[in-house]
Design a protein around this ligand. Structure first.
Ligand SMILES: [Zn+2]
Length: 321
């Protein structure tokens, strides 16, 4: 869309149409998973806000649009931590406050884009709040975050919150097929596993350890469903060897068991791990549905325990029981 790689054309169309009609706010919170590339949507929106031809913004041809696309528009300011810091502090926000007092260089708007607003510390958010309370006529702020709730309520209440939802499986499939034609063999699995978050595929494809770990999780799944004492020991040693990947192993097990349950109920179409269908069918035949359901419940609890930093060995012991 307008040369920007975005996944939410309809949503952006409605926001941009409002800008063309002269309706825009001073502050926006763009909320969505990192894998939805909300930052690109924010950059497109900044281009629309600064375009010289407001009726057709972003026209793509005016100097402002050209510079916006190249990332060199002096009226679109990207707010990130200083190179030696991980967060955006009060010093940065005071500097921004001063900068916002200076009129735009060439465009009619001056837009501050925060690619990750969760990095703004709470004291710094309070400084930013002052600017948001009485913004200069021309200023606009776009705060990108995975979760708007991490921002102060006072910031949220002064902003238009735009939620970017997960996209369709077919949109994910299209993204992967175009970007990674060599992944055709596991395209079906990836399109489902990414659960509406296209760029999750980038991480999976770049991670050489993903498939070996997933395979080992599947190989060890029968131990989790088994009832023999020796299974518990084997399971413990498997987890011990892979304790750094325990969270992912739990995710894999949950995903596999959901599929087993679907196969048991005949709902084959819904399974995620389509490339492991035969193995899952064998597991499905060897264990009764009730056992699968209780194990799946236990896995949900195990994930919560892990989130509370209970160590993998203790969680596995509890799971096996
Ligand atoms: Zn333009």
């Amino acid at each position: 869309m307008y040369g920007y790689d975005i996944f939410h054309e309809d949503l952006m169309n409605s926001l941009i149409t409002a800008v063309r009609e002269g309706i825009s706010s001073h502050a926006y919170i763009f909320e969505g998973d990192r894998g939805l590339d909300v930052e690109s949507a924010a950059r497109l929106f900044a281009a629309a806000l600064t375009c010289a031809n407001s009726e057709i913004a972003p026209c793509g041809a005016c100097p402002s649009c050209v510079e916006a696309k190249a990332g060199t528009n002096p009226d679109i300011i990207c707010v990130t931590p200083d190179s030696d810091r991980k967060t955006i502090g009060t010093k940065n926000m005071r500097a921004l406050e001063g900068d916002a007092g200076i009129k735009p260089f060439a465009a009619k708007r001056k837009v501050y884009v925060f690619p990750d607003a969760s990095l703004v510390t709470e004291p710094a958010q309070n400084v930013l709040l002052k600017t948001l309370e009485e913004p200069p006529e021309y200023a606009a702020f776009i705060l990108v975050t995975e979760n708007a709730d991490t921002l102060l309520e006072t910031i949220r209440s002064r902003s238009v919150i735009v939620h970017f939802p997960a996209v369709s499986e077919s949109a994910v499939r299209k993204y992967i097929a175009e970007k990674y034609p060599e992944e055709n063999d596991r395209l079906d699995f990836l399109a489902k596993y990414c659960a509406g978050i296209p760029k999750r595929a980038d991480d999976i494809i770049a991670d050489e350890g993903f498939e070996p770990l997933r395979k080992s999780a599947l190989d060890n799944l029968p131990l989790l469903l088994g009832r023999r004492g020796t299974d518990v020991f084997k399971l413990q040693s498997y987890v011990d060897e892979n304790k750094d990947d325990f969270v992912r192993i739990l995710d894999f097990w949950t995903s596999f068991l959901r599929d087993v349950l679907l196969l048991q109920t005949g709902a084959d179409d819904g399974i995620i791990n389509v490339d492991k269908r035969d193995t899952l069918r064998r597991i499905c035949a060897a264990h009764d549905p009730q056992r699968v359901v209780t194990t799946l419940d236990a896995l949900t609890t195990a994930q919560k325990m892990t989130a509370r930093y209970v160590n993998p060995k203790a969680v596995t012991y509890w799971l096996a029981l």
